[in-house]
Design a protein around this ligand. Structure first.
Ligand code: BG6
Length: 496
């Protein structure tokens, strides 16, 4: 790991600096790191993009972006000036030699030592950028280190991910490559491992003997908005399932790593991905459920249906809702279903992992059970209301004989007095210090694609004319409830 106080400073090159991600996430995160003295100095931002911007225009635009997007702290002009000191802009398309030549000259002229290449462009530019970094030897820095950060989507299927892997490995060593899944930067996602492995009480219960099933939900209220161009070719499966949902599953299911370092943690995660029962052919059809939203009310406003969005084909079968039944075929989890679901335009923003424990072995209380059939649920609230709750049955006070569900509640905000920081702050800091634990490793991303590809292939071989639809602002079509009810279970739609 490199020292954060690295005297040689860092040149942080953002490909796609004019885009939304840079303005909304990267620059605010760098600014917050600067405020807490975590940005090695000198720190120089170099933007690279197609638009006809100048150095000064880039700085003004990014400053403006900071003012709109910084959530937790006010923007001070002086700090802004420090962040953008010596900032430079290279105007070029991503497949044009000239831009890379100029970037090379710049790096030589400033005698760059430590360099981070950050790919924040649309994914179709990745190959060009990586090939040109290699061709123009931009990573051949005489001393110091070089890293590359690659945003998701990392490929569009197994084949394209493989091709990307091939190219990136021609130019970089694995330890220089930081593949981002921003869910791993979320504080409460990291807390899954702390809950499991820093406490003695949960782990003994964490297996097929005590767990009935697990539900992993990533629900969003917003629709596809202006992203139809990307989303039509992605759907929930590529946008959320292949990455964020599978990551949540691996952290929930993995064995304790031999130590908390990047490779040990990722070794265990990969084992889980390799233990997933493949969903191929008819199994993939049976164990997944897709749907698409039509116009409806979300947060008090009517939103257009998916097919009403410009850029969406009238006969589109891209799913905006996906539920899946997965099994981790290993000793710990044999026979325990993991129900996964994610959707756009649902009634609540909610990311949670709910561990539903088995019922008591014998029903001693012949009482009215308001707690439901399986009252013991441990819920990890990733967002919002970050925290953890454990539900169990207690006797309702009074002369009657009734069992009611009650909760033990840990709230991140109440306990620590603040909301968890933005994921990008943690991820960028880790990249600056050379810690890849929260980034996806090569074999991991390929294992995620391998699993997902089977489903994609099965869907492609069994094409449907239309998907079931749900009104925006609802928890999906009735079919989604039937999907889980077939196993005698029910979706947990509760926040907290
Ligand atoms: C992104 C997806 O990776 O994650 C988006 O492309 C999605 O479609 C977003 O909205 C969700 O992230 P978060 O942090 O808001 O839960």
């Amino acid at each position: 790991m490199d020292d954060i106080e690295d005297r040689n400073g860092i040149i942080f090159i953002i490909f796609g600096v004019t885009g939304d991600l840079t303005r909304r996430k990267l620059i605010p995160a760098l600014y917050e790191l600067l405020l807490v003295d975590k940005l090695p100095q000198p720190f120089t931002i170099v933007g690279f993009a197609r638009r006809d911007w100048t150095d000064a225009f880039m700085v003004d635009t990014l400053m403006e972006g900071l003012r709109t997007n910084l959530r937790r702290v006010p923007v001070q002009e002086a700090n802004g000036r420090q962040l953008f000191e010596k900032a430079a802009y290279v105007q070029s398309s991503f497949d044009e030699d000239e831009g890379y030549k100029r970037l090379g000259e710049y790096l030589a002229q400033v005698q760059a030592k430590n360099v981070i290449f950050y790919l924040a462009t649309p994914p179709d530019a990745y190959l060009d950028i990586i090939r040109n970094i290699d061709k123009y030897k931009l990573k051949q820095i005489p001393s110091g280190w070089v890293r590359i950060v690659i945003e998701k989507p990392y490929g569009n299927n197994l084949e394209s991910a493989d091709e990307l892997e091939y190219e990136v490995h021609k130019a970089f060593r694995e330890r220089q490559i930081y593949r981002i899944d921003h869910y791993l930067g979320k504080e409460t996602v990291q807390n899954i491992l702390v809950l499991r492995f820093a406490n003695g009480i949960f782990e003994p219960l964490w297996d097929r003997r005590y767990v009935d099933h697990v539900q992993i939900t990533v629900a969003e209220t917003h629709g596809v908005g202006t992203r139809a161009g990307y989303y039509e070719g992605a759907g929930v499966i590529r946008d959320m399932f292949q990455n964020h949902l599978l990551q949540l599953l691996t952290l929930t299911a993995m064995e304790a790593p031999v130590s908390f370092n990047a490779d040990s943690v990722r070794d265990e995660k990969v084992k889980i991905l390799n233990s997933l029962r493949p969903l191929t052919g008819i199994d993939a059809i049976k164990d997944t459920y897709r749907a698409q939203y039509v116009s409806g009310m979300v947060d008090g406003s009517r939103i257009p249906g998916y097919k009403d969005i410009e850029g969406v084909a009238p006969d589109s079968t891209t799913e905006t809702y996906l539920a899946a039944r997965l099994f981790v075929d290993n000793w710990r989890w044999a026979g325990v279903p993991f129900y996964m679901r994610s959707g756009k335009s649902l009634p609540a923003r909610l990311t949670q992992i709910a561990i539903h424990f088995r019922q008591a072995p014998l029903s001693l209380f012949d009482w009215k059970n308001m707690a439901g059939d399986a009252p013991n649920v441990l819920v990890l609230n990733i967002q919002p209301n970050e925290g953890i709750t454990l539900t169990f049955g207690a006797k309702l006070p009074g002369p009657g004989n009734q069992i009611a569900p009650v909760k033990m509640d840990f709230s991140y905000l109440e306990s620590f007095g603040d909301e968890p920081p933005e994921a990008y702050i943690r991820l960028l800091l880790d990249c600056l210090t050379g810690d890849a634990t929260l980034f996806t490793r090569s074999d991991e991303v390929l294992a995620q694609w391998k699993f997902t590809n089977n489903i994609l292939n099965a869907w492609a071989s069994n094409p449907v004319k239309n998907l079931p639809v749900y009104e925006a602002g609802t928890w999906g079509p009735d079919g989604a409830d039937v999907f889980i009810a077939q196993d005698g279970r029910k979706w947990r739609n509760e926040i907290g």
